[in-house]
Design a protein around this ligand. Sequence first.
Ligand code: MF3
Ligand code: CO
Ligand code: CO
Length: 292
Amino acid sequence: MIGRNDPCWCGSGQKWKKCHYPKLPPQDAQTVRDEYHSKYGILIKTPEQIEGIRRAGHLAAKILEATCTMAKEGVTTLELNDLAHQMHLDAGAKPAPLHYGEPPFPKSVCISLNDVICHGIPDHTQLRQGDILNIDITAILDGYYGDCSRMVCIGEVDPERRLVVDVAYECLMRAVAIVKPDIPVSAIGDVIEGYAEAHGCSVVHQFVGHGVGVDFHEGPQVPHCRNTNSIRLVPGMTFTIEPMINAGVADAVVDSKDRWTARTRDGKPSGQWEHTLLVTEEGHEILTPWNC
Ligand code: MF3
Ligand code: CO
Ligand code: CO
């Protein structure tokens, strides 16, 4: 009995595994789609769905850009919410956060200041010199979802705040860079936690990236910390990466009154950036490109 690494029986001189070793029939796209749906609850998108998600993503990115540009000292987070809300309507879209979940989220965007990790609710708070904030936009256009967020600094910010803004950005972009078919979901968390730790920061584990596109939150969950999720990426998957990076401890505490606002347990700052991605044959496409 010859082994996979022995010379092939045909006399080519190559290893059997590289030569006449019996190959499994290539899986066709429909088989992969069925398997990912039934085994993992992951929806592999069709070209038509991808085009819809791309349009929603580009719109979300455009609204995000405009809202970030308006974020200046003295402006309230509610004014930012209202601009973003109106831009959704003008484009024939809907802001996904409005009335989402339980209790229903009360506003159209999430704005998270300083020690707020995510899901901050816009209100009459005025932005001040030294604040850092995350603005998170999810647009629904023709039934498709695009989800992205970024940080804004108001004037000069202290080093600890600057650190989480910069480290969270690097974590996102380094994780995006490795996205391609066949890598396990866990590789994303490896990159993010490795970079965050090397810069003295912690990674929030209570909130994760997620499949997105025909629904707001689809499978798979995409943890930003090290994990053992061995599901492999395949072309046609659409999901977010949205690392939340803390200067102090990783723990998030959800406000018991509004049941949304998630703050760091130690009151230290937190940063987050988010993109919606498509896995392509060659690698990936960012579906929420900034400056589009
Ligand atoms: N956009 C957030 C995310 O990245 C989710 C916000 S849920 C909401 O997944 F209800 F707060 F809007
Ligand atoms: Co998201
Ligand atoms: Co988001």
